[in-house]
Design a protein around this ligand. Structure first.
Ligand code: NAI
Ligand code: 15L
Length: 275
């Protein structure tokens, strides 16, 4: 999988999609340490490129452009796409067609590993009273969550049929700090997010893997022991934000679905229309 570079970095060229986004911007400095060249892609402007970065302004739904973008890369970190619930027609383009284009381009260009930003919303209709593991069934809480289930199934197919390895990151809530009591459970610090990507790129064999992206928070809904081979050990905890909210974590309040289910307010959404 790895093509050691002339400078001794583990990768010659990595592709990052979603490089202009919240997590993409956090990851870019770390990727510089792991690869000689980082091809950074987004549909949004990328006007702050560093000297080791190749900017690729590409709509993921544009198959020909994605084919060109993937040529010559050793591995792909696929963060690009719509990151919240949205109209079906928009999700289809960015998350369904876009993710298909990434895998098909990976197959055609011989890329052997993808790190895919899935989401906790692939399993958000499980109740908060359950602890899930890496084999727990999908229970998407929104059409957005359905697109992440699609990505996880697509990566399963591309591994079983073509041997392309994927680590599916079921990311919780990765922001500077939790924005509500639910995020005290789902919080993933930026530092732990970067470490999760590092483990996913560097582990020897990953096959088709699922791992939850959460820091070492006091309340846990997810058990990562099935992904122990990745070696991911979160360093941070939402404990540092105790006192930020009047309550500490969601309760299994029967009257409020946003409290009862892991996906929080996503479970209350309805299919949206394009404006
Ligand atoms: P973000 O919304 O800040 O970044 C996503 C990027 O994808 C944006 O820069 C956007 O311009 C780009 N994008 C959207 N549609 C595109 C298209 N058609 N073609 C090319 N680029 C397109 O989201 P964030 O927070 O950085 O998340 C990154 C990934 O991680 C997303 O896939 C999201 O679904 C996933 N994720 C993030 C979580 C978080 O807490 N930050 C939680 C769970 C999943
Ligand atoms: C996600 O999948 C979203 O990308 C992010 O914006 C948050 O809503 C996060 O899940 C969450 O569940 O907090």
């Amino acid at each position: 999988m790895k093509q050691p570079s002339a400078t001794g970095k583990p990768f010659k060229r990595l592709l990052l999609t979603g490089g202009a986004g919240n997590l993409g911007r956090q990851l870019r400095p770390a990727l510089a340490q792991w690869a000689d060249v980082v091809r950074v892609s987004d549909i949004a402007p990328l006007d702050d490129a560093a000297s080791h970065e190749e900017v690729s302004a590409v709509d993921l739904a544009d198959r020909d452009a994605v084919m060109r973008m993937v040529e010559g890369v050793d591995a792909i970190v696929h963060l690009g796409g719509i990151s919240i619930d949205a109209p079906f027609d928009d999700l289809i383009e960015a998350n369904i067609r876009g993710t298909y284009n990434i895998y098909e381009a990976a197959r055609r260009h011989g890329v052997k590993r993808v790190v895919f930003a899935s989401s906790n919303h692939a399993i958000g209709f499980h109740p908060v009273t359950e602890v899930l593991d890496t084999d727990s069934p999908h229970r998407p809480d929104s059409l957005y969550g359905v697109t992440k289930c699609f990505g996880e199934s697509l990566s399963r197919y591309y591994f079983d049929r073509f041997g392309i390895e994927t680590v599916n990151l079921r990311i919780g809530s990765s922001f500077e700090e939790p924005k509500n009591p639910r995020m005290l459970v789902t919080y993933l610090s930026y530092r732990d997010f970067i470490e999760l990507v590092r483990c996913s790129l560097f582990a020897n064999r990953v096959g088709h893997a699922v791992v939850y992206g959460a820091s070492n928070n006091p309340v846990k809904w997810w058990d990562n022991s099935g992904a122990a081979f990745l070696g991911f050990r979160p360093q941070d905890s939402s404990e540092q934000f105790n006192g930020l909210f009047p309550t500490t974590a969601p309760t299994a309040d029967r009257d409020d679905p946003a409290q009862r289910f892991q996906g929080g307010p996503y479970v209350l959404g309805e299919p949206l229309e394009r404006k």
